[in-house]
Write a protein that binds this ligand. Structure first.
Ligand SMILES: Nc1ncnc2c1ncn2[C@@H]1O[C@H](COP(=O)(O)OP(=O)(O)O)[C@@H](O)[C@H]1O
Ligand SMILES: [Mg+2]
Length: 399
């Protein structure tokens, strides 16, 4: 079995210049990706962006139009699915209903005439903490338990690489959160390489060491979750991974430390090392939780940007925090998240307020604002978070 040739601790996966064309449609444009052995890697993107296609290519269920796939340094592009040291856990986990949990997990090993299939199946079930239910039938288990059986069935084969295609999609929110932590724990324990595909940004950030944000068959940005969140490179990443306040204007000045951008007559400063463009028309952003709301003109502080006065146009309470929408002439609408450290909101709809944030928290995108689709000519300071997010919500399955 080829699997034995691979390191016990998983194997590097490399996709080199992959393109996948379906008749009349290019699902993957040009994908280069290296996933180090033993990592938990998440491919995150909206529905239809090419995530499942990528997994099917790695599993050998689709053939690339162009490019190569290497696992543990070995070119597997021409290999049949069963020859590859890969197992896949799909969203619908299709267990055999007439078999017990144990028989389900041992099935593949028995068919391949592997020694001690039952012992190995028990071991995999212990890992997912279900060995005590080994004699049950799948229908006597909850959804989360069935999902864990499917996982045990995949890891019992000790694949070098485990592919997970939205495996938690069928679970309710609470169970999904619990399974996310369990899955991460299992990955750390077995040390296999996990390639997890999801459209849920929170899931990707909670579980993965590295997240790649995919849009229309391309990877827009890749890195540790904190890095993607705090320094997004494009408007798509800024809005798909959390929410962002985006402002567009011309660079009016640069120093060694910072760029200063004229946004509809307001000066907004961004640290130079967080700005991806230093001249011309740029789009800059800041996360809603980095903003502070003020009822009076804030005292001038060279370390902070201030916008206002504006008016609170909406207040929505969500328990831990309250979201305020602040509309400022020329700027558009900004989203502010404020933690509810006291009872009651800080401001009501209609109140006059100012918004400020630490200059250190801003970021400058690499996007060419002129190329951004759907922009009205007089709308150059619109808030993309407010306008774009509703369109993303149904795709992310939050609705
Ligand atoms: N066999 C196929 N023939 C034609 N188009 C396909 C086929 N499989 C997938 N696609 C298209 O490729 C795109 C990416 O699909 P997929 O990888 O399933 O996306 P995701 O998993 O990110 O939702 C979609 O637009 C989909 O319609
Ligand atoms: Mg899919």
């Amino acid at each position: 079995m080829a699997t034995a040739a691979f390191a016990d601790r998983g194997a590097d996966l490399e996709l080199v210049g992959i393109q996948k064309r379906f008749p009349g449609f290019t699902a993957i444009e040009d994908l280069d990706l290296t996933i180090p052995a033993g990592s938990f890697f998440a491919l995150l993107g909206p529905s239809g962006c090419g995530k499942t296609t990528t997994l099917r290519l790695v599993a050998g269920l689709e053939e690339p139009t162009r490019g190569r796939i290497l696992i543990g340094g070995m070119d597997v592009t021409a290999q049949k699915p069963y020859q590859r040291p890969v197992n896949t856990v799909f969203q619908s986990y299709a267990l055999f209903p007439h078999m017990t949990v144990l028989e389900n997990v041992a099935f593949g090993l028995r068919r391949r005439k592997i020694d001690d299939a039952v012992g190995k199946a028990h071991e995999a079930l212990r890992l997912v903490e279900l060995d005590h239910l080994a004699a049950r039938k799948p229908l006597q288990l909850s959804g989360g338990q069935q999902q864990r059986v499917a996982l045990a069935r995949a890891i019992v084969n000790r694949p070098a690489l485990l592919l997970l295609d939205e495996p938690l999609g069928a679970l309710d929110l609470k169970l999904r959160r619990q399974m996310q932590l369990e899955l991460k724990g299992i990955q750390e324990e077995v040390g296999l390489t996990f390639l997890h595909v999801t459209h849920d940004q929170e899931e990707a950030m909670t579980m993965a060491d590295t997240v790649a944000v995919m849009n229309k068959g391309r990877i827009e940005q890749m890195g540790p979750p904190e890095e993607l969140y705090e320094a997004p490179r494009t408007a798509f990443v800024a809005n798909f991974l959390g929410q962002s306040n985006l402002l567009t204007g011309n660079v009016a000045g640069t120093t060694n430390q910072a760029i200063s951008v004229d946004v509809a007559g307001h000066r907004v400063v961004v640290p130079r090392d967080r700005a991806r463009r230093l001249a011309g028309t740029v789009t800059i952003g800041v996360r809603p939780e980095k903003l502070s709301l003020h009822r009076e003109t804030p005292a001038s502080d060279p370390a902070r940007n201030v916008l206002g006065p504006g008016r609170v146009s909406d207040v929505s309470f969500s328990g831990m925090s309250t979201q305020y929408l602040v509309t400022t002439p020329g700027i558009g609408t900004l989203v502010v998240f404020a933690q509810n450290k006291t009872f009651g909101p800080m401001a009501q709809a209609g109140d006059e307020v100012w918004v400020s944030w630490s200059i250190a928290h801003g970021f400058g995108l690499d996007d060419d604002p002129a190329e951004r689709p759907g922009r009205a000519p007089d709308d150059d300071t619109r808030n993309v978070a407010v306008h774009k997010r509703p369109a993303l919500v149904p795709e992310r399955g939050e609705a």
